[in-house]
Unconditional design. Structure first.
Length: 367
């Protein structure tokens, strides 16, 4: 397999629209890297430049130590799996899997061996004589994966391959692709706008916004230590709650949300860093799972508030509680099902202050 390296990559459309802005990444051999971000952030364009389907405006792309800027896609030793499967409707599954190998003049016995091995890995041996129209969405996606596997490429590229599947199939196929990565021990680069896919599949995640890489790290490090407010809000479901307010220093340090009754004492390691700031306006962030309907027994770093309950969403093993603190902003907590609040009532919620994040109000960088 192979290392993929991007050095100072730019993509400018029509000489004025910068889609990818100075991207520097190294995807290690046998690593599963996920590019994630909102629509239009440049992740698919970056993938297409690696594949050679999009011309690079500036920079260098290397695969297995070889610069491939001017190498055509067919000679880069990569295989790409697309969102729409891209299967030939008039061919059987076997013929779809074998087609690329026939074009490369492989002999019949090698083609048959590779096709049947891929079908066995993906559990589609019984479908080899069927046409794509006779398959379900999940089965078609397996065929698309199989067509990549038979190539035995140095690098697999996935461009939002699960977007057309229903929720249950997406979960199943996430597991299948992760298992496939472990089995093949290959380098895989995966693009998605779904942060749950990114968190559950990637060895490392690359978070992008407006063509710029915001943070590169393992899923858990990004979740617990986001580099900025955008990453903190994008990774996690439901999204992190943000409160804009003022640091008050009158004997002790306290965060006070502007124009509301919400205030939070600051304790622990963060106190010295916040006291040294030359500004008082900051943004506080806390994830929904760190807001509780009962006082947590495992920590003393807790503050409670009476809030107005607006919407209650039971989702099985927990409840999403949407609330306000006296401003026009709306927030969400994830609470246990044994203490369901009532809509329209005041309710006491407990904030685990040891899990709070702080961001510079002007730059959005993590403090």
């Amino acid at each position: 397999m192979a290392e993929v390296k991007l050095e100072h990559i730019y993509k400018v459309f029509d000489g004025k629209v910068t889609s990818v802005n100075d991207v520097n990444l190294t995807m290690n051999d046998k690593e599963f890297v996920v590019l994630v971000g909102p629509s239009g952030c440049g992740k698919s364009t970056t993938l297409r430049m690696i594949a050679g389907l999009e011309e690079i405006t500036q920079g260098t792309i290397s695969i297995d130590g070889k610069i491939v800027n001017d190498v055509p896609p067919k000679d880069r030793d990569i295989a790409m799996v697309f969102q729409n499967y891209a299967l030939y409707p008039h061919m059987t599954v076997y013929e779809n899997l074998a087609f690329g190998l026939k074009l490369r003049k492989f002999n019949k016995s090698e083609i048959d061996s590779r096709v049947r091995n891929a079908a066995r890995i993906l559990g589609i041996e019984q479908y080899l004589d069927r046409k794509p129209k006779a398959l379900s969405g999940g089965q078609r996606q397996r065929v698309a994966l199989g067509r990549a596997i038979v190539r035995q490429p140095k690098v697999f590229l996935f461009d939002e391959p699960l977007s057309n599947l229903d929720a249950n199939l997406r979960v199943q196929m996430r597991t299948e692709i992760s298992r496939l990565h472990r089995q093949l021990q290959s380098t895989m680069i995966y693009v998605t706008h779904d942060q749950i896919e990114a968190m559950s599949m990637g060895d490392r995640i690359v978070v992008m916004k407006d063509g710029i890489v915001q943070q590169v790290d393992t899923p858990l490090n990004i979740y617990h230590n986001p580099a900025n407010k955008f990453v903190a809000g994008f990774i996690g479901s439901p999204t992190m709650n943000f409160f804009t307010g003022t640091l008050m220093q009158n004997g002790s340090l306290k965060f006070m949300q502007d124009n509301s009754r919400f205030s939070l004492p600051i304790v622990g390691e963060m106190t010295k860093k916040l006291q040294s700031l030359d500004k008082s306006q900051i943004t506080l962030g806390i994830r929904p799972e760190h807001i509780h309907a009962r006082k947590p027994a495992n920590t003393d770093a807790v503050s409670s508030f009476n809030v107005s309950i607006e919407v209650v969403e039971p989702v099985g093993n927990e409840i999403f509680v949407y609330f306000s603190t006296g401003t026009d902003a709306h927030y969400v907590a994830r609470v246990a099902t044994d203490t369901p609040p009532e809509v329209g009532k005041q309710f006491e919620l407990y904030f685990d202050t040891s899990k709070v994040h702080f961001f510079d109000k002007d730059t959005d960088r993590t403090i």
